[in-house]
Design a protein around this ligand. Structure first.
Ligand code: SF4
Length: 370
């Protein structure tokens, strides 16, 4: 059956959940090749040493703070002052007194940092080709159209969106609090008000299941059919194959994954005990791995997150659910362009002041809830 639904369309939640595994949720923007320098073993030691020394020297000279996401190459994470998820980086950058905030992430994160920074701070990105397939699915014209059709509607947008989308939103959420924010909106708005969750349909599904588990109907909820191509391609068979190979392992799944619904079913149907299959955000995975007794952990997310996880628990065996789960956009950040960014003070990220002001409102509302 050919479905007349494309990535980025907005559907009532029940309908979206029913068809989410049948819709082509692939990227609608180019996915660049991963540069070979994204892998530490491909850079000669003397070159690495040069970049390390120069980056440290320039950081001090410029009064710069280097912030990086858990998915960028490990060499960059090692040289960063702050490593974490998008919201954490934006908060840490804005809280600092650094003059330059060098953020090795992707554009929507650079924009969020630029919207939250202090007036004297300058945000720089090492590579402007670092985009995001999930953020690209959130077409602002579709959101405006939904708002016209649902004049009392409430929009919750995942932080993985551009500023234009945040500016059209009432609340933001992160992967760690998607369920909590959605529940808050459901409880604190008029029962007649429709709610739109965007852009990630798998995270929306995860939030929807939490609402249902608390006895709420999904009638008011609409979901956007968006996805991150990296997480979406982590399918149930990837997880199950690793579970068969490592029967004593705990599995931890990022709820953006294409295996989310199948993994929830495994738990609900008692195929896997709840304490052996957990859902966590990027940061939440690092905390979980330190707390659980299991020595083997199957990790369903972008492979870069295994670097900070293995630093937290060097003695444990971390098994990627899929070794192919690599974000080409994040890997555009390399030691070379980080060095050039600090040396030449490029590329500056500027955002429209009025747009930034509007985008801060849903972020602040989220922070009041969590
Ligand atoms: S991992 Fe997915 S959501 Fe994150 S930046 Fe890459 S494409 Fe976007």
């Amino acid at each position: 059956m050919v479905l007349d639904v494309e990535a980025g369309d907005i559907l009532p939640a029940k309908e979206a959940i029913e068809i989410m595994d049948q819709v082509d949720l692939g990227p609608n923007i180019d996915v660049p090749p991963i540069p070979k320098e994204a892998f530490s073993e491909n850079i000669p030691e003397d070159e690495k040493e040069f970049y390390r020394n120069e980056i440290k020297r320039l950081k001090e000279e410029r009064n710069a703070l280097v912030l990086s996401h858990n998915y960028v190459p490990s060499d960059i994470q090692e040289l960063s002052d702050v490593v974490g998820d998008s919201l954490f980086l934006a908060q840490q950058g804005a809280d600092s007194d650094a003059d330059y905030l060098i953020e090795a992430t992707v554009l929507f994160m650079n924009q969020m940092l630029a919207a939250l920074k202090k007036p004297h701070q300058t945000v720089l990105a090492p590579d402007l080709g670092a985009l995001c397939s999930l953020a690209a699915h959130a077409d602002v014209s579709k959101i405006k159209k939904w708002k016209e059709q649902h004049t009392n509607g409430v929009v919750i947008s995942y932080v993985n969106t551009y500023l234009e989308v945040k500016a059209e939103s009432d609340f933001c959420c992160a992967s760690a609090n998607a369920g909590k924010v959605t529940l808050h909106v459901l409880k604190n708005t008029n029962p007649e008000q429709p709610i739109l969750f965007l852009p990630d349909v798998f995270l929306g599904f995860y939030a929807a299941k939490l609402l249902e588990s608390e006895g709420h109907s999904l009638d008011r909820l609409h979901l956007m059919m968006g996805a991150c191509h990296v997480h979406e391609r982590i399918r149930p068979h990837h997880v199950m194959e690793q579970q068969n190979s490592y029967p004593n392992a705990i599995t931890v799944v990022h709820p953006e994954c294409g295996c989310t619904s199948a993994c929830m079913r495994q738990v609900n149907e008692g195929v896997v005990p709840e304490d052996l299959l957990q859902f966590r955000s990027t940061q939440g995975m690092i905390k979980l791995v330190s707390e659980v007794p299991q020595n083997e952990v199957i990790v369903a997310t972008e492979v870069g997150n295994l670097h900070p996880m293995s630093k937290a628990v060097p003695e444990k065996t971390l098994i990627p659910a899929s070794k192919e789960a690599l974000c080409s956009y994040m890997k555009q950040n390399t030691l070379k362009n980080l060095y050039e960014c600090l040396r030449d003070l490029k590329y500056e990220i500027n955002v429209d002041a009025e747009l930034a002001k509007r985008a801060r409102i849903p972020i602040e509302r989220m922070l009041e809830i969590v």
